[in-house]
Design a protein around this ligand. Structure first.
Ligand SMILES: OC[C@H]1O[C@H](O[C@H]2O[C@H](CO)[C@@H](O)[C@H](O)[C@H]2O)[C@H](O)[C@@H](O)[C@@H]1O
Length: 602
């Protein structure tokens, strides 16, 4: 049985990532890339779907305290037992050769009896590899994959597992290094665990150096940024939405999706957060990724791609996996890749605008791409779409999508006016005016004084909270104020926010059953409250949201206020991005206040 979602911590090497539970079990790891098949998939089933446990042997659950080592992605789990204390340090070194996971067991005081239990399963828990000893290592081989475990500890075959019992005494350090390698190649070179630890620590400390945030939420911001960096596939600059698939939005439900891909929306927003925080190298790399991914006809632009820009993300079900706490199906691939979601162009144009504003040099390809994208959008914006929630029901005229179409043209106009970019500025201005007029006429319900989810629909959508951020209308416009109030009233979940109402029948996403409060939307509410001058409420909500992070600062997509559990894929970029934004905005407001400048609403 896997742990609760919030029981997991992330380690990664910028090409893939693993989840390690509070119990010391590594329950999720896809190798060699984020979107490869998993060789440990206990997270979506049980230990026989693959896991790697290192923990005290003491039967009655000894106490564990975890933290990341400073500003790094190195996880320290400190175990307190009746006989002594032991530390397990987990990390993935930056990749020089074969990818590997290093786990070092260190005795801190007394002596502790430890256990190791390795159940290697390739192909998402389905393939039991042949295990043998070779070259001083335990190897597991099946098809194209091989895994090599090197450790001084004696391992014993035990059913379908390899196990060990060993004692660690104060001052002793015992390494375990697990390396993945294509099976047709000779043995991978051994890795010096201790040298790798020093290099990994230095890398992360150096990486965070440019951070521009120095406010009261520095640790939360730093951890979110490290997490976003860990979700970036270094060779291409592509960013995954989360490193997992099919962690459920409702325990036992079917809203289980594969997030190991690069959405233009999620990665554009991630880039904005990185840029604002001082990380321009990642912005350059993503711009390169974007240019390559979308190259081709503008009408063929997809909402999401593989991390190297792959277009076919065919969705299928791993029917042999029981799913997280029985939440089925487990999906691999994502059919949303074929959807029309018209907000995406707006998010891309916003990111381009912000990169230019940050001083990154314009690239010719990018300029041509924007022109083509806008030419296409001039006609496409009038069509219905699936919206940012990627509904699998009939397309509708989603208000948020139209607002983001307005953003696309507005940012094009700003690029021309503020940075001398050429283009049919008058025509773009006309289109953006037309969009605004239509949205205000057809997407606004004057009786309830709120924008609605889609033209003519009575439903609400928490994405409408983003309107004041975009500049579509000023924050103090009564239509904006009415919308913030209505969303707060009608989509509330114990002070947090649902993305849309899930009633008794099918929801707007075409599926039935409830889901948790959507954490990104809850951060958007804090942001909107701040923009409309309700700073105290914004602060209160922000701090409540921070309190939902797990012990190592990570957040999933959703939260269930009834059970107090995190839900959905984990950790999710979409959640950590607005956390960073609101922390910056609160700090900016506080600075303005100190300087005696008027704040919004004053
Ligand atoms: O719930 C329906 C949809 O859920 C997923 O999409 C969500 O995650 C995306 C990645 O973070 C985000 O961009 C999107 O706005 C969210 O709705 C899933 O990928 C979809 O296939 C699914 O229909």
């Amino acid at each position: 049985m896997p742990g609760r979602i919030e029981d997991y911590a992330l380690v990664g090497d910028l090409l893939t990532a693993a989840l390690v539970g509070r119990d010391g079990s590594l329950d999720w790891l896809c190798l060699p890339r984020f979107d490869s098949s998993a060789c440990f998939a206990a997270l979506l089933g049980d230990r026989d779907n693959g896991r790697w446990l290192i923990a005290p042997a003491e039967p009655d659950g000894p106490y564990a305290r975890r933290r990341y080592r400073g500003d790094t992605l190195i996880l320290d789990t400190e175990w307190e037992t009746a006989t002594g204390q032991a530390l397990v340090t987990d990390f993935m070194p930056r990749r020089e050769g074969a990818p590997c996971v290093v786990r070092i067991v260190e005795g801190l005081s007394g002596s502790v009896d430890m256990q190791m239990d390795l159940r290697l399963r390739f192909d998402y828990g389905r393939v039991l590899p042949w295990m043998r000893r070779e070259d001083g290592a335990l190897t597991g081989i099946a098809g194209p994959e091989s895994v090599w475990l090197r450790t001084p500890v004696r391992l014993t075959a035990h059913g379908k597992a390899h196990t060990a019992r060993f004692r660690v005494s104060a001052g002793e350090q015992i390494p375990f290094v697990l390396t993945w390698h294509p099976s047709h190649l000779p043995a991978p070179d051994p890795v010096d665990a201790f040298a790798a630890l020093r290099a990994t620590e230095t890398y992360w400390q150096e990486w965070l150096r440019p951070l521009t945030y120095h406010g009261p939420y520095r640790d939360a911001v730093a951890r979110s940024l490290i997490t976003l960096k860990a979700l970036t596939y270094e060779p291409t600059g592509g960013i995954v939405a989360a490193p997992t698939t099919s962690l459920p939005e409702q325990i036992g439900g079917s809203r289980n999706w594969d997030y190991r891909y690069s959405w233009l929306r999620d990665s554009g927003l991630t880039l904005e957060a990185l840029l604002r925080s001082g990380f321009t190298a990642e912005a350059e790399a993503w711009r390169g990724w974007l240019e390559r991914a979308v190259a081709g006809r503008p009408q063929d632009i997809q909402v999401m791609y593989g991390i190297a820009g792959e277009r076919r993300l065919n969705e299928w079900e791993a029917d042999w996996l029981p799913g997280y706490e029985g939440s089925r199906p487990v999906r691999v691939g994502n059919a949303a890749a074929q959807q029309r979601q018209l907000d995406v162009q707006g998010e891309v144009m916003e990111t381009v605008y912000l990169t230019v504003r940050s001083g990154l040099r314009p690239r010719q390809h990018m300029v041509s791409l924007q022109r083509l994208l806008l030419d296409d959008l001039e006609h496409a914006w009038t069509a219905p779409d699936q919206g940012l929630w990627e509904t699998r029901s009939a397309p509708r005229h989603h208000v948020h999508s139209k607002v983001m179409c307005w953003v696309a043209f507005d940012r094009a106009v700003r690029l021309a006016e503020e940075f001398g970019r050429s283009g049919p500025v008058d025509r773009w201005r006309q289109v953006s005016d037309r969009i605004r007029q239509e949205v205000c006429e057809q997407g606004f319900d004057p009786a309830r004084s709120t924008f609605t989810s889609a033209y003519g629909s009575p439903e609400l959508d928490a994405a409408l909270l983003l309107i004041p951020q975009t500049g579509f209308l000023p924050p103090d416009d009564p239509r904006v104020l009415g919308t913030v109030e209505a969303v707060r009233r009608e989509l509330a979940a114990d002070g947090l926010v649902l993305r849309y109402a899930t009633g008794d029948g099918p929801s707007p996403d075409g599926l039935t059953g409830p889901e948790g409060a959507f954490l990104a939307c809850s951060f958007w509410l804090a942001d909107a409250l701040l923009l409309i001058g309700r700073e105290d409420e914004a602060l209160e909500l922000f701090e409540r949201l921070l309190s939902l992070r797990n012990d190592v600062g990570l957040l999933a997509e959703e939260y269930d206020p009834v059970t107090g559990r995190q839900l959905g894929n984990f950790p999710q970029a979409f959640t950590h991005v607005p956390l960073i934004r609101v922390a910056y905005e609160l700090d900016q407001h506080a600075t303005q206040h100190r300087r005696g400048l008027p704040r919004p609403g004053e």
